[in-house]
Design a protein around this ligand. Sequence first.
Ligand SMILES: Nc1ncnc2c1ncn2[C@@H]1O[C@H](COP(=O)(O)OP(=O)(O)OP(=O)(O)O)[C@@H](O)[C@H]1O
Ligand SMILES: [Mg+2]
Length: 178
Amino acid sequence: MCVGSAGTGKTTIVKALYGAAMSRGESVSIIDPNGALGGFFPNDLDAYLWDRIAHKKSGLLVLDDADSYVPKIAGKDSPWRQIWLRNRHLKTDVLVSARRPASLDPLMLSNCDKLFVFATSRADRPGIKRLEEIAPGITIPTEPYRFIAWSPKTLTGDAQHGLVHRAGGFSLDQEGDE
Ligand SMILES: Nc1ncnc2c1ncn2[C@@H]1O[C@H](COP(=O)(O)OP(=O)(O)OP(=O)(O)O)[C@@H](O)[C@H]1O
Ligand SMILES: [Mg+2]
C-alpha cells in the first residue's frame, strides 16, 4: 500500500514492485484509471473482481490511484471485502496506491502487510491523523520521493526510510526509524 500526495513517487514505486513480480514470473493485472501504466479499467469493476474471486485467479492485482474507485468501506456483499480479507487464500497479492489516506477502507489497512508512506499534504489533516493512528511514532516525510516503509502488523517499529529514483526504482536506507 502506497499513500501520499500527488506527484510524490507512488506510481514509481508501484512500477518497481510489480516489475519485480513480473520478472519472478507472476501474473500481474493492472487497474489503472489514467492509463499511465498501460493497464486497464474494467467497465464493471465489481463484476471483474467477482470473476477473479470465482476463478481464484492468483497473482498480483495492482490498483493504482485507488481513491476514485476503491470504496471507503466495503459493504458486506462487496467483492472488495473478499479481496481484503481473503487475498491470501485466493493467492492474490494486492498493491494499492492512493493520495488520501482518510479515504481508505480500515479493513484494507488492517490487512495490509507493508505501507509506504510518502509526503502527505498538510491540508489533509484527517489523512495525517489516520496515518498517525496506523503508524504511531513514524515521521511522515515532507519532501517528495522520500518514503517510510512500515509494516502495520508489526507493533515494534522497524520502519525504513527510502527514496524513489527519477529513472525508476527505489532504494532503502539501512537504518531503522525508531
Ligand atoms: N527522485 C526523483 N527526482 C525527481 N523526479 C522524480 C523522482 N522520483 C520520481 N520522479 C518523477 O516524479 C513524477 C511523479 O512521480 P509518480 O508518478 O511516481 O508520483 P505519484 O505519487 O504516483 O503521483 P500521482 O498521485 O499524481 O499519481 C514522475 O514523473 C517521476 O518520474
Ligand atoms: Mg501515480
